[in-house]
Design a protein around this ligand. Sequence first.
Ligand code: ADP
Ligand code: MG
Ligand code: MG
Length: 319
Amino acid sequence: MTPDDRVYAYSAVLMGSPILLKLFEHNETLASNVFRLIKLQENKLTVNRQQSEVMSVNHAAGDHAVAVSKPVFDLISRAKAVSVLENSSFNFTIGPLVKRWKIGFSGNSVPAATDLQALLKITDPHDVILDEGSQSVFLHKAGMEIDLGAIAKGYIADVVRDFLREQRVAQALINLGGNVQTLGAGAEGAWAIGLKKPFSEPESLIGVINVTNKSVVTSGIYERYFELNGQRYHHILDPKTGYPLDNELLSVTIISDDSIDGDIYTTLLYGMGVEKSLRYLQNFPHIEAVFVTKDQQIIFSSQRQFTFTPLDPDYHITG
Ligand code: ADP
Ligand code: MG
Ligand code: MG
């Protein structure tokens, strides 16, 4: 239980991440139903085990098409649509590179440049053939692997929100390892979502994002990484080079209605950098971003759906 005695917090570890559910009632049954739902979704989408719907597609790469369930087909279609955008830094066929780097898992090393070149040849999202009629997915080249790691948590956060709504829950928060989705408001009027201070204690915050009925998703280079010879290698890869994306950014946070959008746009905007992202988002008024840069600036694309409480004098709000 949290200090606020109206809020009940339930936690679990799923998808390799700490999961937190906040409710305004003591309801173990509801909490375990939520965790079961997350597990069910993970079992369909994971690539960290031998068996899942996505793995059955991967196992058949270069050989045959595999029919999947409607929600998985729709999710893969969405992931492909974003991946084939011109110059997209989101690429859901990045699986072979992710596996090679093993970032966030034990045994990671820096791959040889020639290895990366070879693997880049089997990471073209156009080589994923989708057939709407049979709801099947075919990976055209042997060795190809779908990896939904940059979209799955957002998708699942929305599934949980929809489930809670069906259960007539008016106020709740689900945090899937940095992917937050909220229903209604929190105890003090809005939900307060901490924006972590990079490379610091988990409790240190740059500030707090206050939202009602919104999703808040953060992707940062300080979340999963390893260091070798003074170089830091984090877990968002540049689909063009095969190396971790490197620019002025420490993190990107997206505030939106749907968490799937938050998850997609964090990865997409990461590669664009601040300037391009700000221009890009002018066409998407329902998607708002908070950028944190290596030179300790906080930049908002716009601020219609949230308020921000700064907490660290080292970081300056710009723009
Ligand atoms: P987070 O893990 O912080 O939620 P993302 O949502 O960006 O970050 O997802 C990162 C995961 O997505 C990686 O762990 C990997 O599995 C996969 N991935 C890495 N680089 C890319 C990329 N350029 N496009 C799509 N997926 C990626
Ligand atoms: Mg994510
Ligand atoms: Mg993402």
